[in-house]
Design a protein around this ligand. Structure first.
Ligand SMILES: [Zn+2]
Ligand SMILES: [Zn+2]
Length: 175
């Protein structure tokens, strides 16, 4: 959605409050499309503080379903963060140091909420998604979820010579 900021930008006592919702049912991240369990929403507050300074604040929250990085079971990823920025209207938009928020505000003072949400959600995506801190993952041989218990393939399928070597190694370790 395009949020019209022209009034709040031109009136020094004006405050604009708006709640916007992410426009897609899914989120595209690193070549994969994930489904929102709760579509993200942003409570946005834009306040003209006078002297051509505008404060921008947004609280963003949403819930995404992503497979665990280790065992692949569907895992909830919670987004819950704040974004705040001081927009200086004296600065020209062609300024080299383009501010985070300002890049989503067009010449005619319309704020692209979807573009803003996309960037912020991308920035807040967790580096690792785990169903639980100590997820044991899947057995690389049989694919069993090792959180449900150990599988039998590990030792039994070892090459006998390898098993012997391991035995020697373990004896040596115990000394
Ligand atoms: Zn897991
Ligand atoms: Zn196994």
């Amino acid at each position: 959605m395009l949020l019209d900021l022209s009034e709040v930008f031109s009136n020094s006592d004006k405050t604009l409050k708006e709640k916007v919702t992410y426009e897609e049912d899914t989120f595209f991240y690193e070549f994969t499309r994930y489904t929102w369990l709760t579509k993200p929403s942003a409570s946005i507050e834009v306040k003209n503080a006078g002297k051509k300074k505008v404060s921008f604040y947004a609280h963003v929250s949403g819930l995404l379903e992503v497979p665990c990085d280790r065992c692949l079971i569907p895992t909830e990823v919670t987004f819950d963060f704040d974004v705040s920025e001081e927009i200086d209207l004296n600065q020209s938009s062609s300024d080299d140091k383009l501010q985070e928020i300002s890049q989503f505000i067009s010449e005619d003072k319309r704020f692209d909420t979807q573009g803003f949400l996309d960037l912020e959600l991308f920035a807040h995506y967790p580096p690792k998604v785990l169903c639980k801190e100590d997820c044991k993952g899947l057995c690389k041989k049989c694919g069993k979820n090792l959180n449900d218990g150990a599988c039998s393939c590990n030792r039994e399928e070892l090459d006998p010579r390898m098993a012997k070597a391991l035995e020697v190694f373990n004896q040596f370790k115990e000394v």
